[in-house]
Write a protein that binds this ligand. Structure first.
Ligand code: ATP
Ligand code: MG
Length: 399
């Protein structure tokens, strides 16, 4: 019997424990993103439907649909499924065909089953009867049963008049559906850390407004192009919302700062002004927070003291640092997973010409604030007004 996957079973996690109203809202956001992702990746589908704590994507391209859907924020895992009538004989025949198509020789296996609704068979009968048929009919594969730690699994989920049978599960992106939280301003350099910081808050449902500060002439003129490519990649994880990138010229402004402040504090001044400009963008865009990629202790400007002095520049917006507690090696793995490692590999990050040989690791807020009295901060408004704004994704509505 040929195996034909005709749907994808989509599992979601935290949404399931929300109140009814919140769950409905989040499920609707999630299905909207799933439809958007499928369309964008040219996967044809008939329907995305919600049923008893699960989402099903009916598609003749179920394996591809399972891959694409798994990467949507809010999805815990997906499985391409064979859909049959909830009839024990049919379930066993289809289950056997699926095991023949997918089971590898000599490995252990188990049959899992659960039921929702009223049927003339139990879940235990599904496990026993299908397990026995597989052992008998696929004797040539030398399979063995291992219920506690099987190497391969066949699972039957019976829901009222239909049964869903699968062997494979694709791990999902996790998190919460895009749009379940508000906008946040994500400051993104060409380095490894800030794209991950942005990804982490996007994963929790925030809509990003990206900001890159163009440090030319203190950094390479190629940084801007690299930042655009990097952010375009990140925007690819958002479906159905407009995503903007502000490119704000910051190099010239730093020339004036450099003349009137102690060299060892220059990075603190630079970061404080970045936050001030990010705040201006947050006001324009009605965003709720500013996101940066600092890791505690990774660089001189990232000691706990210096972060405190940096943050004091902006008092009315939370500064989120989702990478604060990560180790660099964790960041590298994460970047490889989400596809941003390749951008940092181009080697343009970390080469800002302003960084002094001996930066302060214990800045004093009063000293910084006194030195700033000699700096004309109105240039920051001008820089934001002169920003180049690129629309990376249109917010065309998804149904
Ligand atoms: P990254 O790998 O994100 O560049 P980093 O470890 O190099 O981080 P810093 O250069 O000290 O750290 O920057 C700290 C944070 O400030 C960055 O994570 C980012 O959020 C923000 N930032 C730094 N430079 C820029 C820039 N040119 N444009 C936008 N944001 C920036
Ligand atoms: Mg950097």
């Amino acid at each position: 019997m040929a195996v034909q996957y005709s749907s994808v079973l989509v599992r979601y996690g935290e949404i399931a424990i929300k109140s009814d109203r919140t769950r409905r809202r989040m499920t609707s956001l999630l299905t909207r993103s799933i439809r958007g992702a499928l369309r964008e990746h040219s996967v044809t589908f008939k329907k995305v439907r919600v049923e008893y704590g699960r989402i099903f994507v009916d598609s003749d391209q179920a394996e591809r649909a399972a891959e694409v859907t798994s990467q949507v924020f809010g999805v815990v895992s997906t499985s391409p499924v064979v859909v049959t009538d909830a009839n024990l004989d049919i379930i066993v025949e289809q289950g056997l065909a699926l095991a023949r198509a997918n089971f590898k020789e000599g490995l252990t296996f188990a049959v899992g089953a659960r039921r929702v609704g009223t049927h003339d068979f139990t879940s235990q009968e599904v496990r026993e009867i299908l397990g026995a048929r597989i052992l008998k009919e696929l004797a040539d594969l030398n399979l063995r049963v291992n219920l506690s730690n099987p190497e391969q699994l066949i699972y039957v989920e019976v829901r009222n008049n239909l049964a869903y049978i699968f062997t494979d599960t694709v791990k999902g992106a996790g998190g919460m559906p895009t749009g379940s939280q508000g906008k946040v301003v994500c400051t993104v350099s060409t380095g490894l850390d800030s794209p991950i910081a942005a990804y982490k808050v996007m994963k929790r449902g925030c809509i990003p407004v990206f900001v890159h500060f163009d440090m030319f002439p203190y950094s390479s003129s190629q940084c801007k192009d690299l930042a655009i490519r990097q952010v375009r990649h990140l925007a690819g994880y958002v479906y159905g919302y407009e995503v903007k990138l502000y490119i704000i010229p910051h190099g010239e402004g730093m020339m004036c700062v450099q003349e009137s402040c102690p060299a060892k504090l220059i990075c603190i001044f630079c970061r404080r002004n970045m936050l001030r400009m990010a705040r201006l963008v947050a006001i324009k865009e009605n965003a709720d927070a500013i996101v940066t990629g600092e890791i505690i202790g990774e660089q001189a400007s990232q000691t706990s003291r210096n972060l405190r002095v940096t943050d004091a520049a902006v008092c009315d917006y939370p500064i989120l640092r989702p990478c604060a507690g990560d180790d660099k090696v964790e960041i590298e793995h994460f970047a490889a997973k989400i596809g941003t490692y390749k951008f940092a590999e181009e080697g343009l990050s970390g080469c800002c010409g302003l960084v002094p040989d001996y930066p302060s690791i214990h800045a004093d807020l009063e000293t910084v604030e006194n030195a700033e009295k000699n700096i004309d901060l109105s240039i920051l408004n001008e820089q934001v007004e002169n920003a180049e704004v690129i629309i990376l994704r249109s917010g065309k509505s998804l149904s």
